[in-house]
Design a protein around this ligand. Structure first.
Ligand code: SF4
Ligand code: SF4
Length: 237
């Protein structure tokens, strides 16, 4: 019951096996627990998108309409539909393939640009390394003064227990949010570290459907852990 969903990246097309049309018996179970059902209207059609409607459109050959619609982007890729489907249809995987099939210039929001920025500079918002390190030192001093004598942010510490990734939104716009984690680490006497490079913890390659970028970002995080001889990677996001 495992259909192959292939993405032709060159032509921005998804491919599904034809028998999916026979197997889906339109029961609607997939839509029952879907948090995205009914959120966006069908462009140029009637009613609103839900997973059953989207999968039926695809199996009836309206793949491009779904790829061009808002549906793959309001679908949260949570996977409930796929786990609930009595016929084992890979709905989530299909909807993510629709993201992959979208032309990169038409990916909504900042996630494609952020992915490219990450590949170039190691984080989604392009924060320079020196600015990042200055901020960690400055905020670390604040935490020390506030409540945690002797506290500092251990950057590139070899052999630590945990390596922590960071959402670039935090150093960029909400730096105090990082302090909550740091105070927990301090209270728990945790042995942790942050990498000075490629520290981004939000993988927009995953969200934008860009598999090579997704893989590369994961590879870099693992490389950081290996370089610093840390066994546990923490993704607070
Ligand atoms: S739950 Fe599965 S079989 Fe039922 S409508 Fe959805 S995709 Fe089709
Ligand atoms: S993966 Fe998408 S379509 Fe399926 S339940 Fe989650 S939000 Fe709905």
């Amino acid at each position: 019951m495992e259909e192959a969903i292939k993405v032709d990246r060159k032509h921005r097309k998804i491919g599904i096996t034809p028998d999916m049309a026979d197997r889906c018996y339109t029961c609607g179970t997939c839509g029952g627990g879907c948090p995205a059902s009914g959120l966006v209207p069908v462009e140029g059609g009637e009613g609103a998108w839900d997973p059953r409607k989207a999968i039926r459109a695809i199996v009836f050959g309206m793949e491009q309409e779904v790829v061009d619609s808002k549906w793959p982007w309001v679908c949260t890729l949570c996977g409930r539909c796929q786990y609930q489907c009595p016929m084992g249809i890979q709905l989530m995987k299909t909807f993510r393939a629709c993201r992959t099939a979208r032309e990169r210039g038409k990916v909504p929001g900042p996630i494609h640009k952020g992915t490219m920025m990450n590949l170039e500079r190691g984080n989604n918002l392009g924060i320079p390394r020196d600015d990042f390190l200055f901020l960690l030192a400055d905020l670390g001093k604040e935490v020390e003064d506030e409540c945690c004598p002797g506290f500092y942010v251990p950057v590139d510490k070899e052999g630590a227990n945990i390596i922590v990734t960071i959402n670039s939104k935090e150093p960029f716009a909400e730096p105090d949010d990082m302090k909550f984690w740091w105070k927990i680490f301090y209270a728990a006497k945790e042995d942790w570290t942050v990498s000075s490079v490629n520290w981004e913890g939000v993988n927009w390659g995953l969200f934008s459907g860009d598999d090579p970028a997704w893989k590369e970002q994961v590879r870099r995080i693992i490389e950081n852990a290996r370089r610093l001889k840390v066994k546990t990677i923490l993704y607070p996001e």
